[in-house]
Structures are given as structure tokens and as C-alpha cells.
Design a protein. Structure first.
Length: 736
């Protein structure tokens, strides 16, 4: 838990080979009083050295990937998944297209390079090697489309680029094509603009590769630059035209356009120019590393080995910058071991004038690559020893998982003597998602308050969630949000840090308020040990008789849940760096889906009762409805939608939210066969949801139409999870 704000902001833009080292070291030795933010355009990053091996089937795809969601969680770093689009060097801010800028005291730019495509005309025949994260998926899709389109013709694949990357891909591709195409024949072409093939490699290595290509019947076009890829053809500057089905583009590295927008000095190819310290020659606290940087007066090639070597210099120099000490210089090695995967369990090794091909160079490469990735795929947080010793119980869940248990609240309310009030139309005598008051002579207003300990490291996203979560109570009553008052706790820190944190939180909230047609009208902010954010909100209720309340269930209504369950489990897993990137991505999409559109369906489809599923879990919130309506419900466990990853995280790691035990008080109201308790969805009924979905009581005749409309609104899966029944004699919730 962050009890005070750190003084310094270190930001890594792109988490490639060099910046990844800083993230790893941060976990082991976090600098005092500094916060690390990683900005990436993908939640996973790829180790290119293993890409050819993955193509050849030597490794599964996951082996070449670093899960940034888990790495950042393990290191206590913030992860921002967004596209940066500029820098304000004076104000030290990194700008984005679709979210507010973030501050930095030290920035390291490592967004790599991209294959040159200058002057190239192309269409969808082209499959570029970057972004590498999606390369295999795009390639497979293209190969399968080709096969379907022309089942009687060999699949013709060209690789353009005769550097090490292009050669390895060409050699490793056949095994992958065999896997995708089965017996279907394929033909390979390699086009390289330079001559000889393997320019820069030793003549012996070049000969070896030429022989390997010939053995695999790969045709080679040398010294011809491709100028057009389209309509099933590649055309070169020499006028050669070849028929192809797809073209893999792996040409030499050029600077990504973003580097040119940063306002920093560049070399003649657009890469950021640095001193040997890796710091920009502009003498600002910005480093440029890996392929993105060029050290002045140095001829270093753009290769992963240099990017990796730079890691420890960058780490040292970031710390020295924070301590205002002199920086260390990095001097690239003249020669380095080159290992090219030949795609059949052999490799060719080249070092200091010698070249040898065979099995042992492959084994050496395999060992180097595996060791490298082992270091980056260790996602255990540093405190793991403490966690294993039982400290987990002290890590209270954030979001709606940080709520006080429902039974505590109801006992307190029972002890209070709350007076009635003539202007309160819906209050605690009939507790609902929100209260409705009617000021003298005025229209009915719906009011609610909701706040939580920020569940995400990214304050902008936490702000969005807080706004959605607060407004959800209003949507559940069928009201239209008008205004919000912020309730925020900010840890102690320097005014600049406090300002920035509050700005990020409120910017996110405001973006959501704008979308729902409401605005911020005030609030109260205090200092405290834990960051919290939430809102008291006001909404126009319109006709009170039309308010959707928990008390309006009718036997026979079908219960439709608009979002899958399990956010409490996943957020608890994330606190222990156990939530994989893909599951986190789906969780974020789900939580950031506003309930406004789903709730609005109540107007069209005669839905009179609904609630939003939040901290007390599905069972707790359903029970509130059943009590208020004097009904029962029959739930179908098999129909219960769960977020991806929830089941495996619960079974593998036994993780649940800290609020789940309190929520299980609702089990007393549940009738279920003993054997059904082992169903994976059963414990999730008590999982607290942060920005959970709506539970709609839909008249049977409208269910299909409601489901169809929900499917049109978003890709988040909704489901019919049961039905409302007459009040049973014993437990109100019966689970089948
Ligand atoms: C198939 C292939 C095989 C290779 N094999 C080898 C090898 O065996 N040995 C070797 O030395 N070199 C190899 N290379 C070259 C090597 O990949 C690069 O030199 C190396 O990746 C450079 O590392 P980097 O950290 O600069 O960039 P990268 O590893 O490319 O990392 C940059 C990261 O920044 C992210 N990013 C990009 N744009 C943005 C943005 N706008 N905002 C946020 N994040 C962004 C990317 O998603 C990526 O994760 C190979 C290249 C290829 C294509």
C-alpha cells in the first residue's frame, strides 16, 4: 500500500530489451522515493531472439514473451497501455493520443525500430514482422486464407529482407508452414536488396546459408529492392515480377515515426542521438536505448545484443540521474557472437572470424535464450517469502473488494434511529442502489455515494472506474446522472506529485462523466495513508413511479446478468502478480464498460427491477432484491458467465478477495446440493465485483431481444442466469 507519494517519476517508454532490465532490477532494488511507470503499446513484449525458434516449433509462443501486467505488478510499477504521441521537454511530460499526459523526472525511450517501407506500394498481401506481438497471428491468418482461396495451388511465400532476421525467418518458416498447411505444398522465395546474401556475415557463414536455402528449394532474388507488393505479386526495382500469396516484410531497421515527434536530436536515419552515457545529446534527462538510440560517432548495428548489454548501464545511469551523480559510459563491443537458427535443430555460430554450423551451436543458442527469458519470466514479487508466510491475509483488496461486509453495515443501520423525512421518497427504510429525494417544489432527485481504494496502479483508469462505479447505482434506479462531488484521499507527498495524482484520477472520471452527460461540481479531498476515489452523485429521476427498484421483481422474470463475474478474484490475483496479461485486458474492458446502455434497456423491455452487482457479490445483491420483493430465485450455475482466468486462478492459487468470506454470509439464504458446491461458479457468486454488470429482471417474452441488444452494445458476454420464483418456504435462493 502506497502511504506517501514518491518524489521522483521514472518512465520507460517501450519495454524492449534494455528497458526490461530496468523493470527487472526495480523489483530487486527499487530506488528510494521513486516511482516507475512503464508505457507500452502491448501488454506483452517479445524477445526477438526466440522468434525464429518459435516459428520452427522449438518453443511455444509464450516462451518468447514477457507478461508486462505481471512483471509490473511484481515490481510495484505502474503499467500504462497506450500510444504515446509526443513530449513536452520543458514541462517534462509524456503525451498520449487518448489520455492525459504523465510527468517524468527521468525518461528512457526504447521503442525499437521498424522495417523500412519507404516508397513501397503494398496491400494486405504484406505481413510485416512488427509489431512482433501480433506477427504469428497475422501470418497464420494469411496462410489459412490463402489455402482456403486456392486449395489446388501451392502456397507461395516470399520473405523480403536478407539480414539476419530475414534469413532466420526463411529458414525456420517451413516447419511452421507444415504445421499450418499439412500436406498442402508451399514454395518459398527470398528477396534481398543487398548483395551478397547475408551481407555483413563471414563468407563461410554466407556459403552455409546459401546451401541451406538451396536444400530447402528456396529461390533467391539478390540485389533487387522490392517496390510493390500487391494483387498477389511482388515487383522489384529491376522490373522482376513474381506471383506470391503473401510477403513477410523483414527489411533493415528504420526509426519509428514517434521518435521524430519527440523534439530530440536524431541521426540521419531518425534515431535519437545519444552520448555514450545513452543520454540524449540534448542534455535533458531522457535516455534512448536499444534500436531507438544511436550513440554519436559510433557505428553500432541495430541488434538485440547491444540493446541487452545497454541494460545495466541504463539502470546505473537512471539511478545516478536521480542522485545527481556523473553518468557512466557504455562502449559497445566490437565483435559479438552471432547465432543463426537454421530451423531444423541446428544453428550456425560466427565469432571472431570463425564460423561453424551444427547441433551444438543450436544448443548454445537455446541455452542462452532460455536463461535470458527465465530471468524475465520470473514474476514472483520480491515480498513472496512474506506472502508465503501468510502475509497475504493482510493485503486487503481494493476496489469494491475493500468494502465493509454487508452484515456489519446492516447491524449498524439496525442500531441507528434514523428519522423519516417527508422529502425522502426512497431511503434506508427500503434500502436500494440509490436514494430518491424530492426537495420542496422540485423534481425528484436520485442521490448516491460510492468510493473505493483505487484498484489499479494507473490513476487515470482508477478515476474512470470510480466514476462508472458511482454512476452505476443511478443507472440501476433508471435515473439520469447530472452532477458529481468528488471524494478523494491522496497520500502525503510533494504538492507536484499530489497535484498530478489528483489530476489523473479526476481526468479519468471527467472523461466518463462527459460520456454520460454529467459534470463535476465540487468535492472534498483529504490527505491519508491510502489513495481512495469516489463520488457523491445526483441524478434526475423523472417519474418516481417509474424508478427501477429492488422491490419490483415478479415471479417468472428471467434474470439476465450483463457482465461476467470474477473481478474480485482477478484483482486479488493482480496484487500478487498472478493475473496474466490477457485476463487483465478482458477484465479492464469489462470493468470499463458503462452500465448506462444496459440499464436503458429497461425503458424498452418492461424491466421494472434491476440492480448493479458490486461489492456484496451476485448472491448478496440478488438477496437484497429478493427480500425487498418477497420473492425467490432459481439460479443455474452452468449458465453463470465467468471472466477468463477466474477458474484457473482459484483452482491453481486458491485466491479469493478479502471480502469474499464476509459475502459468504449470504450462503445462509442458499439451497444447493452438497455436490454442486464444488462447481467452479459457486464461490464466484460471493466474489465482490468492481464495476460489475447489471442484474436485470426481464419479462420472459423479452429475453431474446434483450440479449440481442446487449450483444449489439458490446462484446462483453451477457447471460440468462436463472429466474425469479414465488418466495419458497425456506431459503430464497435455490441453485441448480
Ligand atoms: C526475427 C528477428 C530476429 C532477431 N534476432 C536477433 C538476434 O538473434 N540477435 C540480435 O542481436 N538481434 C536480433 N534481432 C534484432 C533485435 O530484434 C532488435 O535489435 C532488438 O529487438 C532491439 O531491442 P529494442 O529494445 O530496441 O526494441 P524492441 O525489442 O523492438 O522493443 C521495443 C518495444 O517497444 C514497444 N513499442 C513500440 N512502439 C511503441 C510506442 N509507440 N509506445 C509504447 N511502446 C512501443 C514494442 O511493442 C516493443 O515491445 C532480430 C530481429 C528480428 C526481427
Amino acid at each position: 500500500m502506497q502511504t506517501s507519494l514518491p518524489k521522483h517519476d521514472v518512465v520507460l517508454l517501450g519495454v524492449g530489451h534494455t528497458n526490461a532490465h530496468v523493470l527487472r532490477m526495480w523489483k530487486m532494488q527499487p530506488p528510494a522515493d521513486a516511482q516507475l511507470t512503464c508505457v507500452s503499446n502491448f501488454p506483452r513484449v517479445t524477445y526477438s531472439g526466440m522468434m525464429p525458434g518459435v516459428l520452427a516449433g522449438d518453443y511455444p509462443v509464450e516462451r518468447m514473451q514477457i507478461d508486462l501486467v505481471r512483471s509490473c505488478a511484481a515490481a510495484g510499477a505502474r503499467l500504462i497501455l497506450a500510444e504515446a504521441n509526443g513530449l513536452d521537454l520543458k514541462a517534462r511530460k509524456l503525451h498520449f493520443a487518448d489520455r492525459p499526459p504523465i510527468d517524468f523526472d527521468v525518461l528512457s525511450v526504447g521503442i525499437g525500430s521498424m522495417p523500412t517501407m519507404a516508397g513501397l506500394e503494398f496491400d494486405q498481401t504484406l505481413v510485416t514482422i512488427k509489431p512482433m506481438q501480433t506477427f504469428l497471428t497475422r501470418l497464420e491468418q494469411r496462410v489459412r486464407e490463402t489455402r482456403q482461396r486456392d486449395p489446388d495451388r501451392p502456397c507461395r511465400v516470399a520473405v523480403v529482407g536478407g539480414g539476419v532476421a530475414g534469413l532466420e525467418i526463411t529458414l525456420c518458416l517451413p516447419r511452421r508452414l507444415r504445421q499450418w498447411l499439412g500436406d498442402h505444398p508451399f514454395e518459398q522465395l527470398l528477396v534481398t536488396g543487398t548483395r551478397p546474401l547475408g551481407n555483413g556475415l563471414l563468407a563461410k557463414t554466407q556459403r552455409c546459408i546459401r546451401n541451406e536455402l538451396a536444400e530447402r528449394q528456396v529461390r533467391v532474388l539478390e540485389g533487387e529492392r522490392v517496390v510493390r507488393v500487391g494483387a498477389g505479386q511482388v515487383e522489384t526495382n529491376a522490373g522482376t515480377v513474381e506471383d506470391v500469396d503473401l510477403v513477410i516484410w523483414a527489411t533493415s531497421a528504420v526509426a519509428p515515426p514517434l521518435l521524430g515527434k519527440l523534439g530530440l536530436p536524431t541521426d540521419d536515419k531518425g534515431f535519437l542521438l545519444t552520448r555514450p552515457t545513452l543520454q540524449s545529446v540534448a542534455d535533458v534527462p531522457v535516455f534512448a536505448v536499444g534500436d531507438s538510440g544511436t550513440i554519436e560517432n559510433s557505428e553500432t548495428a541495430k541488434a538485440g545484443v547491444f540493446a541487452v548489454r545497454q541494460g545495466r548501464f541504463l539502470w546505473e545511469n537512471i539511478q545516478r540521474t536521480l542522485r545527481q551523480e556523473r553518468l557512466q559510459e557504455y562502449h559497445p563491443q566490437r565483435d559479438f557472437l552471432k547465432l543463426l537458427n537454421l530451423g531444423d535443430g541446428r544453428a550456425v555460430a560466427e565469432y571472431k572470424g570463425g564460423s561453424v554450423a551444427g547441433r551444438w551451436p543450436w544448443l548454445l543458442k537455446d541455452q542462452i535464450d532460455r536463461r535470458f527469458m527465465d530471468k524475465y519470466q520470473d514474476y514472483s514479487p520480491m515480498e513472496m517469502a512474506a506472502v508465503e508466510a501468510g502475509a497475504t491475509s493482510q493485503m486487503r483488496c481494493a476496489g469494491c473488494g475493500g468494502k465493509v461486509g454487508g452484515s456489519v453495515l446492516s447491524r449498524v443501520l439496525a442500531r441507528l434511529d434514523i428519522p423519516d423525512h417527508e422529502h425522502v421518497l426512497l431511503g434506508l427504510d427500503q434500502p436500494d442502489d440509490a436514494a430518491i429525494v424530492q426537495p420542496p417544489g422540485g423534481r425528484p432527485l436520485t442521490v448516491t455515494a460510492d468510493f473505493f481504494a483505487a484498484p489499479l496502479d494507473d490513476p487515470y483508469l482508477s478515476g474512470r472506474l470510480a466514476a462508472l462505479n458511482s454512476a452505476s447505482d443511478l443507472f440501476a434506479c433508471g435515473a439520469k446522472p447530472l452532477a458529481a462531488l468528488a471524494l478523494a484521499t491522496i497520500p502525503v507527498g510533494k504538492p507536484r506529485q499530489q497535484e498530478e495524482l489528483l489530476y489523473q484520477l479526476l481526468s479519468g472520471s471527467l472523461d466518463e462523466f462527459r460520456r454520460m452527460g454529467a459534470t463535476l461540481i465540487g468535492g472534498h479531498t483529504i490527505e491519508g495513508p491510502q489513495q481512495t476515489i469516489g463520488f457523491a452523485m445526483l441524478a434526475d429521476q423523472g417519474d418516481v413511479a417509474e424508478a427501477r427498484t429492488k422491490a419490483k421483481l415478479t415471479a417468472g422474470d428471467q434474470l439476465v446478468l450483463t457482465k461476467p463475474l470474477g473481478s474480485g478474484v482477478l484483482l486479488a490475483a493482480q496484487m500478487q502478480a498472478l493475473c496474466p496479461a490477457e485476463d487483465m485486458t478482458v477484465l479492464l474492458e469489462t470493468m470499463l464498460l458503462s452500465n448506462e446502455a444496459a440499464a436503458a434497456l429497461s425503458n424498452e423491455f418492461a424491466i421494472r427491477a434491476m440492480t448493479d452487482v458490486t461489492g456484496f457479490g451476485l448472491a448478496g445483491h440478488l438477496l437484497e432484491m429478493l427480500k425487498a420483493s418477497d420473492c425467490g430465485a432459481r439460479l443455474q450455475l452452468d449458465a453463470m458467465p465467468l471472466l477468463p482466468g477466474v477458474e484457473s486462478i482459484m483452482t491453481t492459487h486458491g485466491i479469493e478477495s478479502t471480502l469474499a468470506p464476509a459475502n459468504r454470509a449470504a450462503e445462509g439464504a442458499v439451497r444447493i446440493a452438497e455436490a454442486r458446491r464444488a462447481h467452479p461458479a459457486y464461490p464466484v457468486l460471493f466474489d465482490p465485483q468492481t464495476s460489475g454488470g447489471m442484474l436485470l429482471a426481464v419479462p420472459g417474452q423479452h429475453v431474446d431481444a434483450v440479449l440481442a441488444r446487449l450483444a449489439d452494445q458490446s462484446a462483453v458476454p451477457a447471460a440468462v442466469i436463472g429466474e425469479v420464483t414465488a418466495r419458497p418456504e425456506f431459503e430464497p435462493i435455490v441453485i441448480a
